[in-house]
Structures are given as structure tokens and as C-alpha cells.
Design a protein around this ligand. Structure first.
Ligand code: S3P
Length: 430
């Protein structure tokens, strides 16, 4: 088990141009290339454990992947191959859920599995609506837990109203519908719009998809889609760790280069702005998605209440909580029950770890209260969750701290520790 020792930092002024590429978009590049009959070109694909698992699965389904000087050339098979081995999703819920949707309407038999953390995460949210429209899916606990077995089947058109706002559920259903060879369109709606990369990218590939806010109408493909030609921008969720570091260390500033600026992904920066930090967005280009730089400067922070658009900041809430712990007053998070079914139960882990840092935090059923205070030198565990490991590494830049079990950082942000060492002294001990 790796243990990360982080020293207290002094102020910093940094421009970062090598934040990890976006994880959500990278997964989608690999999977969506299967919907074309030509070679997709993907620049800056995230080379982290989660997205490499997805790329390996796509290869197992018969795709040829060539890496030419860091540019991926992804050539799909004419017909999805039935893989002789089980498909390993590693730690990635996105890989498992999106592939459940895609494979449920492909001919063949497929088994998806993952690591011990993924094996305890709920898959029924995708399996149940898919089974209702004809998918043949099974797994432990009646199809809720992996390993998940799929026998490709005829998917009937649907009008599904999801009880949760989840891009993974939405994407799985869209992929099942698009691949279904029906003549009738399917409709998916969710309470609040979740991240919309699937709709944007598939439309960019020529798919017939109509988006009306949080309602999506999907017309099944009559012919293969155009291939992708895309440069994956930097991941705003990964970049946000350094945004919080700049916000909480007095006299600090960071410029995060070429970050995805999709509105469903930058809500956490807006919360930081509302808390008093200086945050500026500089838009640069827009193909499939809006991309630009984000500049963040430290300032005294004040507490905030967060209960809306939770799916727009679900991945950032752990490190946003570190900013809450530095703010004047009590910050409150509500309507965030989804945090309990991420890579760890992030409600209970954030509260437990903050308490170990000497911060008053109280667990609620659907969120928490955090009272701004003074951190003490701490030792916490990541519970195998990459975002918890990185959040507390950022907490440690203020007072020094030790984080146990940090290998998980490689699932999404392999150069995180290298970038952190530009701010302060860090050491990994095993
Ligand atoms: C993701 C969607 C989110 C997010 C995850 C990536 C995606 O999950 O937490 O890290 O790429 O679709 P849900 O939308 O299912 O909550």
C-alpha cells in the first residue's frame, strides 16, 4: 500500500498545461468508435487505468487500435466479436454501465467484471430499465452486482423517465436505443440535465438525436456513424484539485490550460467563485465541446449552501469540501445521496476524514454540514477512492498530512503527484 506524505506549502503561482485529459470523453471516444465503420482519430486520450480498461475492452470486441505518436487510430470491426474472455472494467463504473447499454443490443455473449470496489456498486439502475425493454442481463443479486452477463437481444423502443440524474444511466440507454435497429425512436428523460457528452459526441458523429433540455429523443441508426476526429481537452474535475489549492493557500494563483468548459462540468468552479475566490474563464475553441483556460486566485472564502444541479458537481464535491473546511461559517450540501454510491461512500468518508483533520463535519442522509476551521496535521485513508486520495492530498498542502492507499490515483490522474510536487514537497512510501 502506498502512503503519500505531503508537506505544508507556501504560496504558488503556476500555469498547468498537462492536467490529465477528460475521463468521461476518453471513455466515450473508445466506445463510440464502435458505432462507425471507419477509423476514428483521437488525440490526447487519457492514459489512466480506467480508460485503458475501456480501450482494452474495445480491442477485445475486435477493434484495431494503433498509437501513432500519441494519436490513437481506432478502427472498429465490421461485426462485434464475441470475446472468449471476461471484459475487465477495473474500477470504472462509467465503463461498465455504458458497455452494458451498448452490448445489450449486440449479437453475442459478454461478461463484464471489475475490481473489489466496482463489484459492490449498483448496476440495477442500468440493468432494470434495459431488462424492461428486452435486454438479457444477469448478475449477482438479480443483476444488480457484477460480474454482469449479457446475451445480446432485441431492444424495444422505450419512453424511460429516470428517477436519478445520471449521465451513465442516460448514456447506457441512448447506446442501447441507437443500436437497436427499430423504426420507432426512444425517449429518455431525467430530473435535471446530467453531463451531456454522449449527446454532443453522437450528434457530432451524425446520429439523429434531439435534445430538449433533460429529455432526449433517439432515432436508431440506419447506417454506421461518421468516425470521431477529436482532441480530448483537459479534465475539469482533475483540474479542480489545483483550483482548490490556489483558492485556499493565501497569495496563490493557478492558470489551468485547455480545460473542458462544458456547463455541466464547471459548476464547482462557480461555487468556488460564489465563496469569494477569484475565478475567470477564458474560452478558446468549440468543436463538440467548449474549451479554454481557467484562472483561479486565492481569497478569503465564505460558507455556501449547495442543493441544486448536484450531478454537475458530483465528482468535485470531495475536494470542494476541503474549500468548505477553509471557509468562514458552515457550508451545507443536500440532495447529494448519489455520493454514497461512487467509488466509496463519499458522504461518510469525507466527514470521517475531515473529523480526523480536526474539522467539525456532520453526516446527513443526503449530504453533510462542514464548519470552517483550523486543520491539524493528519493521517487519513483513501478507502481506495482516487478522488478522496487527491482531495486530502490538497488538504495537506495547508498543514501537512499523510494519506494512505494512494495507488487509486492512477485510475484517473497519473501525473497528479508530479504536479503536486510543483507546489510542495511530497514523498511516496510503500
Ligand atoms: C460519468 C458520470 C458521473 C460521474 C462519473 C463519470 C460519465 O456519474 O460521477 O465520474 O462519464 O458519464 P453519474 O452521472 O452516473 O452520476
Amino acid at each position: 500500500m502506498n502512503v503519500l506524505h505531503v508537506n505544508k506549502a507556501i504560496s504558488f503561482n503556476l500555469q498547468i498545461s498537462d492536467i490529465a485529459p477528460d475521463k468521461s470523453i476518453s471513455h466515450r471516444c473508445a466506445i463510440f468508435s464502435l458505432l462507425s465503420d471507419k477509423t476514428s482519430i483521437v488525440r490526447n486520450y487519457l492514459q489512466a487505468e480506467d480508460t485503458l480498461c475501456t480501450l482494452n475492452i474495445v480491442k477485445s470486441l475486435g477493434t484495431e487500435v494503433k498509437d501513432e505518436d500519441g494519436v490513437l487510430h481506432i478502427t472498429p470491426p465490421s461485426c462485434i466479436a464475441e470475446p472468449p474472455l471476461i471484459l475487465d472494467c477495473g474500477n470504472s463504473g462509467t465503463a461498465m454501465r455504458l458497455l452494458m447499454g451498448f452490448l445489450s443490443s449486440c449479437e453475442g455473449f459478454f461478461v463484464l467484471h471489475g475490481d473489489k470496489y466496482l463489484s459492490s456498486r449498483p448496476m440495477k439502475r442500468v440493468a432494470a430499465p434495459l431488462k424492461n425493454v428486452g435486454a438479457k442481463i444477469d448478475g449477482r443479486q438479480n443483476g444488480d452486482l457484477s460480474p454482469i452477463c449479457i446475451r445480446g437481444a432485441k431492444i424495444e423502443p422505450f419512453d424511460y423517465k429516470s428517477p436519478i440524474s445520471s449521465a451513465q444511466v442516460k448514456s447506457a440507454l441512448i447506446l442501447a436505443a441507437i443500436n437497436s435497429k427499430n423504426n420507432t425512436p426512444s425517449i429518455f428523460s431525467e430530473p435535471e440535465l446530467s453531463r451531456d457528452h454522449t449527446e454532443r459526441m453522437l450528434k457530432g458523429m451524425g446520429a439523429d438525436i434531439v435534445c430538449e433540455n433533460n429529455k432526449i429523443i433517439v432515432y436508431p441508426n440506419k447506417k454506421p456513424l461518421h468516425p470521431l476526429d477529436i482532441s480530448v481537452p483537459s479534465d475539469p474535475s482533475s483540474a479542480f484539485f489545483f483550483a482548490v489549492a490556489a483558492a485556499i493557500i493565501p497569495n496563490s494563483k493557478v492558470i489551468l490550460k485547455d480545460v473542458l468548459l462544458n456547463k455541466t462540468r464547471i459548476e464547482a468552479y462557480k461555487i468556488l467563485q460564489k465563496m469569494g475566490a477569484n475565478v475567470e474563464f477564458i474560452k478558446k475553441e468549440n468543436k463538440y465541446e467548449s474549451v479554454g483556460d481557467i484562472e483561479i486566485q486565492s481569497a478569503p472564502l465564505k460558507a455556501v449552501e449547495v442543493s441544486e444541479n448536484i450531478s454537475w458537481l458530483i465528482d468535485e464535491l470531495p475536494v470542494l469540501s476541503i474549500a468548505f473546511a477553509h471557509a468562514q461559517g458552515i457550508s451545507k450540501v443536500r440532495n447529494a445521496k448519489e455520493l454514497r454510491v461512487k467509488e466509496s461512500d463519499r458522504i461518510s468518508v469525507v466527514v470521517k476524514n475531515l473529523n480526523l483533520c480536526g474539522i467539525e463535519a456532520i453526516e446527513k442522509e443526503d449530504g453533510y454540514d462542514i464548519k470552517g476551521g483550523k486543520f491539524k496535521d493528519f493521517r487519513v485513508n483513501s478507502f481506495g477512492d482516487h478522488r478522496i486520495a487527491m482531495s486530502f492530498a490538497i488538504a495537506a498542502v495547508v498543514c501537512g498530512g499523510i494519506i494512505e492507499d494512494t495507488e487509486c490515483i492512477n485510475t484517473s490522474f497519473p501525473n497528479f503527484i508530479e504536479l503536486l510536487s510543483k507546489i510542495t514537497q511530497v514523498e511516496i512510501k510503500s
